[in-house]
Design a protein around this ligand. Structure first.
Ligand code: ATP
Length: 314
């Protein structure tokens, strides 16, 4: 939703806190997010288009504030209304999540980071699902890589849906309904499909449009790409809803990751070691050969000398 008018200061009607607007961070379905300053500190302020959806988001965020298990996500600092002329506009203030979006991060750091970050994401999803929620609108736009050591951070609670309900917000490319791979029931497998699509996008570096037979196309995309090779099975199983929990997918991904690491990292370092060992063995062999040869030579001359002495005696 586009708001052509950008205020320079937003003041809460109830708490009277003043927020100086610095710039727009982005726009979502339920409002605009601004980078603001309050008493010298930066915050992200979401100004809603309707108070109902802002209240719903605030409720979900407050719920997760209690149990974010070390995962970086938005924490609510203030909730208030802004008097814009005659009308009231709801807003909430949260911490700023600064980081790099997943696609540019992978482009910069390399594809070997994909399973590492996906494993982190699965740990977060496992916790979320156990709390009875599904992320819903899971996509790179709602995730960022922050800090060092690198960690996945999330925002946008707008799509979070209670288990068993109908997914309330989705983005086509990450939605299993669009790819004819399942329905829009809020269950862990719905999020795991989106995780699979995020992986696929990061490996391919693009998002091909769904064709007339989207599920067939998806299978081809997974199995015809050699770069995905060690993760093809995990990826396809996630896309076809084979994993009932995020932990199950995590286990399978971890296994594939170890196999991949064993294949690409052990082999080169093993080869020189094997070479050196065989060289040592060869060296040992040639040393013994020399000793035996000298022994043979000296016994041969000894034999000739004995023969000479014998011929002199008789
Ligand atoms: N806490 C935050 N820190 C930094 N940037 C943020 C924060 N929250 C949101 N943003 C930025 O504002 C944009 C809009 O966020 P918002 O959560 O409203 O919706 P969205 O996820 O982009 O879209 P939609 O809800 O329609 O799927 C985000 O894409 C992001 O760039």
């Amino acid at each position: 939703m586009t708001t052509s008018f950008s205020p320079s200061i937003i003041q809460g009607k109830w708490h009277q806190r003043k927020y100086q607007i610095e710039k727009e961070l982005g726009q979502g379905a339920t409002g605009t997010v601004y980078l603001v300053r309050h008493q010298g500190s930066p915050y992200a302020l979401k100004l809603g288009t309707d108070s109902f959806s802002i209240t719903a988001e605030v409720n979900v965020l407050k719920h997760f504030a209690k149990a974010q298990g070390g995962f970086l996500g938005p924490s609510i600092m203030d909730v208030d209304d802004w008097e814009k002329g005659q009308e009231l506009q709801s807003f909430y203030v949260m911490n700023v999540i600064q980081g790099t979006s997943l696609p540019p991060f992978i482009k910069q750091k390399g594809k070997e980071w994909i399973p590492v970050l996906i494993l982190q994401l699965l740990t977060f999803l496992s916790e979320l699902h156990q709390m009875g929620w599904v992320f819903g609108d899971l996509k790179p736009d709602n995730l960022k890589v922050v800090g060092k050591p690198y960690k996945i951070a999330w925002y946008d609670a707008g799509g979070m849906t209670k288990l068993g309900r109908l997914i309330k917000e989705y983005t086509e490319w990450y939605d299993r309904g669009v790819w004819q791979m399942g329905d829009r029931k809020a269950e862990p497998a719905y999020d795991l499909f989106s995780v699979g699509m995020i992986m696929l996008e990061l490996y391919l570096g693009k998002r091909p449009e769904p064709s007339e037979e989207p599920n067939k196309q998806l299978k081809e995309l997974v199995f015809q790409n050699q770069q995905i090779f060690p993760y093809q099975k995990v990826l396809w199983e996630a896309l076809s809803g084979k994993y009932a929990t995020a932990d199950k997918m995590k286990q399978a991904l971890l296994q594939a990751w170890h196999v991949q690491k064993g294949g690409s990292f052990l082999q080169p370092s093993l080869e020189p070691k094997l070479d050196q060992a065989s060289k040592k063995r060869k060296k040992k062999k040639s040393k013994w050969g020399k000793v035996l040869f000298l022994l043979f030579l000296s016994s041969f001359f000894l034999f000739l000398y004995a023969l000479y002495l014998y011929s002199q005696t008789f």
